[in-house]
Design a protein around this ligand. Structure first.
Ligand code: T3D
Length: 265
């Protein structure tokens, strides 16, 4: 993993890769360069066996404020109407790569997560928030629809009623409220946030990584298929899980009454 990104900070330690979006002067809002760099980092992490958990966070006081609006215009320089759907494909690639990553991706949300940054947080497998977190489906504030998969992820996480409320009213959801409605796994006081995120990520990085990757596949796919198809998929993935060293270690450790030492293989 290269570390010389313009808009990302990269830190790798003991199986945990922490990617920090680093445009704090604009609350880590996305420009094209940061989006491309983040996609590259995520896709590189996916195939790096030394990385067993990825943490995504923002520098400074925010997770992210969505698309950078300073260069945002309804028309392109040549006067043609902007085809936003073409631009969105870059976000879609990032989000699909996060979901397909065969290891856990944790969103660490301190401060505001608005617009497409909120939806990138929702695309993470798990989320930890600080008590000053603010989740805002800000799109309707500027006359847009939720993009970056927000309309897909949000109702699945919190139900259609709450999702509709967040998207139509665009009111902020605080960290504690996000925990209450199931939007995040855990919300902690801001001074405990770095330690909590580090411990959570370390726990995941020490887990049975291949099993985690298969669990992601099974849960995400099962949201889209019927029961029989889910049974078929669980059989196929369980066959694969049975061949892993971590499965063998888990059973051996249980029988020897000791903690398992997973290697991610
Ligand atoms: O192209 C496509 O693919 C389309 C995709 C669209 C996806 C989207 O994400 S649309 C939604 C875009 N985001 C927003 O609408 C949110 C805009 N920001 C805000 O509403 C507020 O900044 C926040 C509620 C997020 C935070 O408020 P607050 O009071 O904590 O901070 P602030 O003072 O508003 O912002 C601090 C600075 O960041 C400020 O700059 P300054 O005055 O200090 O020079 C502000 O202009 C800048 N900033 C915040 N958000 C953005 C931004 N600059 C550019 N783009 C932003 N999105």
């Amino acid at each position: 993993m290269r570390t010389n990104f313009q808009h990302l900070l990269i830190h790798q330690e003991e199986g945990v890769l922490t990617i920090t979006m680093n445009r704090p002067e604009v609350l880590n809002s996305f420009n094209d360069s940061m989006l491309e760099e983040l996609t590259e980092a995520v896709e590189t992490a996916a195939s790096d066996e030394a990385i067993r958990c990825v943490v995504l966070m923002g520098a400074g006081r925010a997770f992210g404020a969505g698309q950078d609006l300073s260069g945002f215009s309804a028309v392109q320089d040549n006067g043609e109407p902007l085809k936003v759907s073409e631009h969105l494909k870059k976000y879609h690639r990032l989000i699909k790569s996060m979901r397909a990553m065969p290891k856990p991706v944790v969103g660490a949300i301190r401060g505001v997560a608005a617009g497409i940054s909120c939806n990138v947080a929702l695309a993470c497998d798990l989320r930890i928030a600080s008590d000053n977190a603010r989740f805002i489906e800000a799109f309707a504030r500027i006359g847009l629809v939720p993009d970056g998969g927000g309309a897909y992820f949000l109702p699945r996480l919190v139900g259609l009623g709450k999702a509709m409320e967040m998207c139509l009213l665009t009111d902020e959801v605080s960290g504690p409220d996000a925990e209450r409605i199931g939007l995040v796994t855990k919300c902690v006081p801001v001074d405990e946030f770095p330690g909590t995120v580090a411990a959570f990520a370390k726990r995941l990085a020490n887990g049975p990584t291949r099993s985690y990757g298969l669990i992601k596949q099974l849960l995400y796919k099962s949201m889209e298929i019927d029961l029989q198809a889910s049974f078929d998929l669980e059989g196929q993935l369980q066959d694969e899980a049975f061949t892993t060293a971590d499965h063998k270690e888990g059973v051996t450790a249980f029988l020897q009454k000791r903690p398992a030492q997973y290697t991610g293989r």
